[in-house]
Design a protein around this ligand. Structure first.
Ligand code: SAM
Length: 311
């Protein structure tokens, strides 16, 4: 049975117009029962709905904002901003060294409450002349990201919509905790959209699919998340995380991008591996990226080194 996350099921958006679609509570409950997940079905059955059985969109939005607010602690504890800068800093150097000028535009796909973009804006960790944009299909989450950024007067932007149909092309696409939401065919589509765009690179962090990940996720979400939805989805995320080989295979379908994994399972301590990125760079950027990374470049594996490490 595929692992389902409640948060994926209780909102629906028209992919063309971005318009919110009604979601019938009984449909979601039925889907979760059919998937053998009675606990998740009970959580959804407790959510408010109108007389036609349609989930109350306002209540759903408030719940998702509250769960994502708690989830930001995980981003803080896992130092997601610092991890990203460790790679994007050298990547930016490599892009400049290869003679690319113009703005360095970083687009966070599925930014949620925008923790990463707001952290980058608040710390200035990527240096000046970096355009920071967070994009999400969920209007409530990205609206809250925008509100928080304005409250702190941060130099960044949040956009409601599909990250791959923005009027301005990204220099680099990034994301955190998004890849596991896509089943395999959609995952390849996700990478193909970036290869087909004018972007120079992508760098997507997600939960490392180790045997310990569901236990670690259970402990964190039990200790730190209050709502049962957050606790449920946290563990389901870890269970459905894609393994390294699947990510590399999917990233390899992006046209004219060299797929790479940083710190995959075999070169990292499984007790310390929580998140790791899959990266794609235009082929001419690999050498300058490795040079800019210095000693850390040993941890950056292409498909052939990855296959070698498996033997
Ligand atoms: C679990 S959330 C991740 C939130 C955030 N990155 C974090 O770390 O808290 C995944 C989000 O990806 C968004 N999403 C998926 N595909 C997208 C796309 N093509 N463009 C914009 N947002 C997308 C969904 O709307 C959802 O809110």
């Amino acid at each position: 049975m595929p692992q389902l996350e409640i948060s994926d099921l209780i909102t629906a958006t028209d992919p063309e117009s971005g318009r919110r679609l009604p979601v019938r509570r009984a449909d979601v409950v039925g889907q979760l029962h059919a998937n053998g997940n009675a606990r998740a079905a009970r959580i959804v059955a407790g959510l408010p709905a109108d007389q036609d059985g349609v989930l109350d969109p306002g209540a759903v939005d408030r719940l998702l904002i509250s769960v994502h607010t708690e989830l930001q602690r995980l981003s803080e504890e896992l130092r997601i901003g610092q991890r990203l800068v460790h790679l994007i800093g050298p990547l930016r150097t490599a892009i400049r060294a290869a003679g690319h000028t113009g703005p360095f535009r970083l687009v966070d796909v599925g930014c949620g409450l925008g923790f990463l973009i707001r952290w980058l804006a608040a710390t200035g960790a990527l240096g000046p002349d970096t355009e920071l944009i967070g994009v999400d299909l969920n209007a409530a989450l990205v609206g809250e990201a925008d509100r928080l950024a304005r409250a702190e007067r941060l130099d960044c932007r949040f956009v409601h919509g599909n990250a791959f149909t923005l009027p301005e092309a990204a220099t680099v696409y990034v994301s955190t905790g998004v890849l596991h939401h896509f089943p395999e065919p959609a995952l390849a589509e996700f990478f193909r959209a970036q290869g087909a765009s004018p972007a120079m690179a992508f760098c997507h962090y997600d939960i490392a699919a180790t045997g310990l990940a569901p236990i670690g996720a259970w402990m964190f979400h039990r200790a730190r998340m209050r709502h049962p939805l957050g606790r449920h989805d946290g563990v389901a995320s870890a269970r459905r995380a894609h393994d390294d080989a699947t990510l590399l295979r999917a990233a390899a379908t992006a046209p004219d991008m060299r797929p790479l994994l940083y710190e995959p399972r075999r070169v990292a301590n499984p007790f310390c591996t929580t998140l790791r990125p899959v990266i794609g760079v235009r082929p001419h950027l690999e050498a300058p990226l490795r040079q800019a990374l210095g000693r850390s470049s040993r941890r950056l594996l292409g498909p052939e080194q990855f296959a070698g490490a498996a033997r």
